[in-house]
Design a protein around this ligand. Structure first.
Ligand code: ADP
Ligand code: MG
Length: 246
């Protein structure tokens, strides 16, 4: 559905992306992993068409509608509006029927395990995890063929992160779409990803299935990412076992 050929992107003579090549197939859950500054958001913006490649070509199928979910859920919602108003707005712009739109929103909220009460709240009255689930629903209302989630769980605790990733997987299967999930935490996606791509300094250094990447990483950078990821996970679990400080 989407193919990237030899794409590079420089900002003011500084190269952010160097000759990357990959494709995203229909119904595929692809993860893009790399540390901060490796070029993950630039890759997403190139796919979205909000940045243009300095060289190379991005081929998209004609029907490939894309939705983007931001790292910061505040960017998805108007702080003064109720969640209902924010969710309904794009549907009303598309001239959809009011009651069928409302029904669709409630259906998706039920799938996401969210109470309909949240619709009457403003963003500041919802938790981070609730806001990101509502941001996913807002994106789904546009019937995307590809959903790009750019570090959408990086401000959340690991349990909320797991719930959101599982929800994205459920929606991906149910609505026959592809997901490009961007993160720096490699082990969080091991159960859902069809394929993982590892980005380092603007170059894809390794691609494979989660078991290949996690159990038999080839590139030293991938090994480093996995070690860092497990180190923080172990530290967190140890912390949980200790008596809480007042
Ligand atoms: P990531 O999302 O992996 O943290 P980014 O794609 O945001 O990485 O950034 C990759 C590199 O490109 C960084 O060095 C960053 O400073 C630079 N960069 C990103 N966006 C811009 C921009 N709009 N203008 C100039 N430099 C940018
Ligand atoms: Mg980024």
């Amino acid at each position: 559905m989407l193919r990237i050929h030899d794409v590079s992107k420089s900002y003011h003579n500084q190269t952010a992306i160097k000759n990357i090549n990959f494709e995203i197939l229909c119904n595929e859950f692809v993860c893009l992993i790399g540390e901060s500054g490796s070029g993950k958001s630039t890759t997403a913006e190139l796919i979205m068409g909000i940045q243009f490649p300095t060289s190379g070509v991005i081929e998209k199928e004609h029907c490939c509608t894309i939705q983007y979910i931001y790292q910061n859920p505040e960017r998805s919602f108007n702080p003064y509006w109720t969640m209902e108003k924010s969710l309904m707005e794009p549907l009303l712009l598309k001239k959809e029927q009011l009651d069928s739109s409302k029904r669709r929103i409630l259906e998706l909220m039920e799938m996401a395990n969210l109470s309909s009460e949240l619709l009457q709240r403003t963003p500041s009255q919802c938790s981070g995890g609730q806001k990101q689930r509502l941001a996913i629903i807002r994106a789904l209302l546009m019937n995307p063929k590809l959903l790009i989630a750019d570090e959408i769980t990086s401000a959340l605790d690991p349990e909320s992160e797991k719930m959101i990733i599982n929800l994205l997987k459920k929606f991906q299967v149910e609505f026959h779409m592809s997901v490009l999930y961007i993160t720096h935490r490699i082990q969080s996606v091991s159960n859902v990803a069809d394929r993982i791509m590892v980005l380092k300094e603007g170059t894809i250094v390794e691609t494979g299935s989660p078991s290949q990447i996690i159990n038999q990483p080839k590139h030293p950078y991938t090994k480093k990412l996995i070690e860092a990821s497990y180190y923080f996970e172990n530290k967190r679990l140890k912390g949980l076992g200790q008596p809480r400080q007042a």
